[in-house]
Write a protein that binds this ligand. Structure first.
Ligand code: GDP
Length: 435
């Protein structure tokens, strides 16, 4: 999934635009030491093109010259992480010294840049944008965050610069697995434990265009590839990535995976950071498994596993579908349980339910518990159909989508899960009008 970054000095309106682009989707906040606020990560789409977007605008450094220094840091971050940069300026303020500074940094990077001139509240008056051509970028779009105008035109320019879609490098029969979790939970140990047991296939699948090193292997006739989150593996004795846990890298790995293993340190327990990235796997519609590692050092009785699982359920309320595996990468205790679960959730993720079978289940569910009336009206479901896999996506055609309430949708979700399993995968349910 391509990455867009928004840069620009404070108060040009970056977060307004960011929020308009991601809509009601979740934004992930990453704390970075030394700065007063955060940067935000989100997902968006335009004309069927999905992308990740970073709002670097939260990065503000205190002290003298703080605006200049803040935008410099933002620009560098954007250059490092993004495929395309939206450079935002303010029509009312004109080209300021800070703008020129950012322009120079971006210019040197040779990354594609689209300039968004914000606060052009009357798009007919396009004169407002001309002076910004002096910064040297050819693509300039006038927008208004306040009115929400011009954003489509902006995204249209931006998506033109996306790299060609990359992710069909592995066949349909290969399960792509990503391991996420903060440093020291044992991700690399787990990868080594899995690979140590299996024959590593040396093939031309390895060595992709990305900065990641993917490792293909095969077990019991099933092909897998471990999507490396670059920095997961140790180079020599040094961690490639000791000081910070890069959310962006984890997000990229998640995008490319079918199954995400959310690795938790059984000894330390669950921490807040685990939640953010797991949430992203959920948002991205990936199959997921919680892996509680270091089970060898946990003092336990017959209740411990159940209690730990309960803690996971309490923390990850939105991912009750994900199974939990307890193991030790170090002693390989219970390691053999992992891949069969990966197979199960991957199958569920790709499962396609025939329309008539789905409709039998939906009719039964409606017969047992009809939709409640709303102002004297009742929703009628004409039929349901699964329109996509990975994740399974179901559309309900109804007389009026407004009548589909959250609680009733959850009821249908539960009934569908009870009938078909769908273990380990999120379901996407949509309601459309058709009478
Ligand atoms: P990563 O940063 O998530 O890749 O974590 P590592 O794989 O580097 O592991 C971090 C530390 O935890 C290392 O000292 C490992 O030896 C240790 N470790 C990993 N897995 C286990 C396990 O199952 N049991 C125990 N006791 N220690 C483990």
């Amino acid at each position: 999934r391509p990455v867009i970054a928004i840069v620009g000095r404070p108060n040009v309106g970056k977060s307004t635009i960011f929020n308009r682009i991601i809509g009601d989707k979740l934004a992930i906040v990453e704390d970075k030491p030394g700065v007063t606020r955060d940067r935000l990560y989100g997902r968006g789409e335009w004309l069927d093109q999905e992308f990740s977007i970073i709002d670097t605008g939260g990065i503000e450094i205190e002290g003298e010259d703080h605006i200049l220094r803040s935008v410099r840091v933002q620009a560098e971050l954007a250059i490092e992480e993004a495929d395309v940069i939206i450079f935002m300026v303010d029509a009312k303020a004109g080209v300021t010294p800070a703008d020129s500074e950012v322009a120079q940094i971006l210019f040197r990077s040779q990354k594609p840049v689209v300039v968004a001139v914000n606060k052009v509240d009357n798009l007919q008056r396009a004169d407002d944008i001309y002076e910004f051509y002096s910064m040297g970028f050819g693509e300039i779009v006038g927008i208004s965050g306040a009115h929400g105008t011009g954003i489509g035109d902006l995204l249209e320019e931006v998506v033109k610069h996306f790299p060609d879609t990359v992710d069909e490098e592995y066949g349909e029969d290969v399960i792509r697995v990503a391991l996420i979790g903060r440093p020291n939970v044992g991700k690399s140990s787990l990868v080594n434990a899995i690979l140590g047991e299996e024959r590593v296939i040396v093939s031309d699948m390895a060595g992709t265009t990305r900065d990641a090193i993917d490792t293909p292997f095969e077990k019991d006739g099933q092909k897998y590839v471990i999507i490396d989150t670059a920095g997961m593996r140790k180079r020599g004795k040094v961690y490639e990535n000791t000081e910070k846990y890069s959310v962006m890298r984890a997000m990229k790995a998640i995008e490319r995976a079918d199954v995400v293993l959310v690795v938790i340190d059984g000894e330390v327990g669950i921490i807040e950071q685990d939640k953010h990235v797991a949430g992203y796997a959920h948002e991205a519609g990936k199959a997921a498994v919680f892996v509680v590692n270091k089970w060898d050092v946990v003092e336990k009785d017959e209740k411990t596993m159940h209690q730990f699982e309960q803690k996971i359920r309490d923390h990850f309320l939105f991912m009750t579908y994900a199974p939990v595996v307890f193991l030790s990468a170090k002693t390989k205790q219970r390691l053999h349980k992992l891949l069969p679960v990966v197979n199960t959730v991957s199958e569920a993720h790709a499962m396609r339910i025939p329309t008539h079978v789905l409709n039998d289940v939906v009719s039964d569910a409606v017969a047992i518990n009809p939709p409640p009336t709303d102002k004297g009206r009742r929703m009628r479901i004409n039929y349901a159909t699964q329109v996509a896999v990975k994740p399974p996506t179901i559309i309900f055609f109804v007389n009026d989508p407004e009548l589909m309430h959250f609680s009733y949708q959850r009821y249908l979700d539960n009934k569908i899960r009870a009938a078909f399993g769908f273990e380990g995968t999120p379901l996407r349910l949509f309601t459309r009008r058709k009478s």
